[in-house]
Ligand binder design. Structure first.
Ligand SMILES: Cc1ncc(COP(=O)(O)O)c(C=O)c1O
Length: 381
């Protein structure tokens, strides 16, 4: 695994990460790593291109089997491949769940700070956004179970709890006892749990990813949405899966008009299948590299920018950094982009809890990461 790459070539590759702000800026904003995809992906796609078979396709069963293998290998969770529906992206799968399991005017509950598209998704489908705010303690961001019960008892029209496990942007991994509480509370208030597990392959040594569906009693109320897009840098190929815990949920999802489920791209399906079938060792190497990056970033931020506050992420290749001591205004990322030439994610875009924060994508080469930290430190002086 070569974690170095040709930066010039990246700027000219038509990738949103590199092109949005152009070659005068280092990109640390979007959640995409720079380590490419496993070799089996290119091999499979080369074969497909040379066969020239680009008609309507049917990869559903193979995708289901490959995901089932991956889930078993990585998380010891047996899943029924027949409960899987391919979709185009994770966000689209979440939108399909909103359509299937709630009605206009009903509430969709999610944690803030939040992956920004979740903030908008409910209102686009005429549902209501309801925040379950995370709280920041001395040791890091936490789920607040007292407030969860309060929110649900005051608003009986909440239908869906949209979980992000592991959590973007904080990198927090839900513990087994927390997931159990969530499942119990969700059952008590008749919620459907939609569990976005797109970051679940990036788990560091001290943590374990527990799929929501692994919790007793979760099958009847849980739908997991995930993909290989983050793990294998396949986001442009457009393929994700929605996995229902039982037949009843699956059938409700199948009632969503087929054209709204998108129809995943053949290339994306084949790339994802190749990754899930052969990419476990490759993934371990990526996590090992990221382990070094996150520790290097944390120790350099602590030592060189002591007024910045960063908790070690338990998962993801995203660092959620509190710069509120620096008074960078309403758009800390814009301020820093102009000052440092680095494009960070802008904390306030993540809703409540994002004020004064930036999100830094550390899934890159050691050299680029060090350059980013150097420039961030100088820019904050
Ligand atoms: C939590 C989470 N869900 C979904 C997505 C987007 O995935 P997709 O492009 O498949 O919709 C991202 C991307 O950053 C994400 O962080």
């Amino acid at each position: 695994m070569d974690s170095n790459f040709d930066v010039t070539q990246r700027y000219n590759a038509g990738l949103r990460k590199w092109d949005k702000y152009g070659s005068n800026f280092l990109p640390a904003w979007i959640a995409e790593h720079d380590f490419g995809s496993p070799p089996a992906v290119k091999e499979r796609l080369y074969d497909l291109v040379s066969s020239g078979t680009f008609g309507y396709h049917d990869q559903d069963a193979k995708l289901g089997e490959a995901f089932s293998l991956w889930s078993n290998t990585r998380n010891s969770l047996e899943v029924n491949p027949e409960m899987i529906i391919p979709v185009v992206t994770v966000l689209q799968g979440v939108a399909a769940c909103v359509e299937a399991f709630s009605s206009e005017g009903e509430g969709i509950l999610y944690n803030t700070p939040s992956y920004p598209p979740f903030l908008e998704l409910p209102s686009h489908s005429k549902r209501r956004s309801v925040e379950w705010k995370m709280i920041k303690s001395e040791n890091g961001w936490k789920y607040d179970f007292d407030s969860l019960e309060e929110i649900l008892s005051e608003d009986p029209q909440i239908r869906i709890l949209l979980l992000c496990n592991p959590h973007n942007p904080t990198g927090v991994v839900l513990k087994e006892n927390e997931l159990k509480q969530i499942v119990n509370i969700a059952r008590k208030y008749n919620l459907v749990l939609v569990s976005d597990e797109i970051h679940s392959d990036f788990i560091y040594k001290e943590s374990t990813h527990i799929p929501t569906l692994a919790i007793d009693g979760a099958e009847e109320i849980t739908v997991t949405v995930t993909s290989g897009a983050k793990s294998f840098a396949l986001a442009g190929l457009r393929c994700a899966v929605v996995l229902s815990g039982n037949k009843n949920l699956h059938e409700k999802l199948l009632n969503v008009p087929k054209f709204l489920l998108g129809g995943a791209n053949r290339m994306g399906c084949e790339a994802t299948i190749a990754s899930w079938k052969t990419g476990s060792g490759w993934m371990d190497e990526i996590v090992e590299i990221l382990e070094h990056r996150r520790k290097c970033l944390k120790s350099r931020v602590d030592n060189e920018i002591p007024s910045a506050r960063m908790f070690l992420p338990e998962s993801t290749f995203l660092a959620w950094i509190d710069l509120s001591e620096f008074d960078l205004g309403e758009n800390p990322a814009k301020f820093l982009r102009e000052k440092t030439g680095i494009a960070f994610g802008n904390g306030p875009d993540f809703g409540t809890g994002g004020e004064g924060h930036i999100r830094l994508t550390f899934g890159t080469s050691e050299d680029l990461l060090n350059e980013m930290i150097n420039r961030l430190g100088e820019g904050l002086l």
